[in-house]
Design a protein around this ligand. Structure first.
Ligand code: MN
Length: 303
């Protein structure tokens, strides 16, 4: 379908597929970035869709004790239960719609696992892990842990669409998670025939990862393009909004994660769980972790 270009919409930069891979203790993820196609969506460093996976009793795996430095890890859970425990005393179990937002800062050791109930009795786990970069000047701030439940997240109801806000401001509402830099994370649902418009500051990056159903998005050149399940749409940094349409003939609603934020525009040096700005800082992170300076997690029951 071709119509006149709408100058109030951002031009679409592209649509990239997620890569399927194994993470942590061997759980399946779909990863739209980083991949060979897309290194990052500054300030977002990584997006993983975990599952959905149906675990039998005794089968559930997660990411046991491991360190991070220089950024923030965010878990947004759709189904199941997830448990976080870290070397700074952070601990929480979240259910569907819950959020664990951990600022690793100068360094932390944490474990991210399906809850003990799911490890013991089995169950379905489906959610997201998002890595949000910290500015160079903030990489060594003290660690922090925020735990949010589904009831903490406000929902904006549109006409045949709705948006649940984890962080930042979109559609006139603000999510509860505290962020170091302007970042928005939200869960968008668009019903068949629905048209959601989200306006994002002109200097912010914005991406849309579809994890159920299929959307169509205007390209900004007067045409539209499909964005299917496990695909990420990325827009150019330009003034104007982004539009997400639920095709009128679709047999189900579209569900997508919206990521928007002010790019840091700084060098990114990555090595596994550490993200700094220089190679030297990575070497220091490895040394500090190996010397035990990121701590250890207190045994269960003593925290
Ligand atoms: Mn982690």
């Amino acid at each position: 379908m071709t119509t006149a270009p709408d100058p109030t919409l951002r031009p679409l930069a592209g649509v990239v597929p997620a890569v399927e891979t194994l993470e942590g203790g061997g759980f399946r993820v779909h990863r739209p970035f980083p991949t060979g196609r897309l290194e990052l969506l500054d300030p977002f460093l990584l997006l993983d869709e975990m599952g959905p996976t149906d675990y039998r009793p005794g089968e559930a795996v997660g990411a046991p004790d491991h360190p991070h430095r220089g950024f923030e890890t965010v878990t947004y859970l759709l189904e199941g239960e997830f448990e976080h425990r870290d070397s700074h005393g952070g601990h929480g179990v979240i259910g569907p719609g819950g959020v664990q937002w951990m600022t690793a800062g100068a360094g932390v050791v944490h474990s991210e696992m399906p809850s003990e109930r799911i490890r013991r009795h089995g169950g379905r786990v489906h959610g997201f892990q998002i890595w949000v970069n910290l500015p160079a000047a903030d990489k060594m701030i003290p660690p922090r842990y925020q735990s949010l439940t589904a009831a903490d997240l406000p929902t904006v109801e549109g006409d045949a669409w709705r948006l649940r806000l984890v962080a930042g401001e979109l559609a006139g509402r603000r999510g509860p998670a505290a962020t170091r830099t302007p970042v928005a994370v939200a869960h968008l649902v668009v019903e068949p025939g629905g048209v959601a418009r989200l306006d994002v500051p002109a200097d912010h990056n914005v991406g849309l990862y579809v994890f159920a159903g299929g959307a169509t998005v205007p390209t900004g050149a007067g045409a539209s393009t499909p964005v299917g399940t496990h695909e990420l749409a990325v827009w150019h940094r330009a003034g104007g909004g982004v539009v997400v349409e639920g095709p009128p003939t679709a047999d189900r609603e579209v569900e997508a994660l919206v990521l928007a934020g002010a790019p840091l525009g700084e060098p990114v040096a990555r090595y596994g769980p550490f993200v700094m700005t220089t190679r030297q800082e990575l070497i220091e992170a490895i040394d500090d972790f190996q010397a035990g300076r990121m701590g250890t997690i207190a045994p269960t029951g003593s925290a």
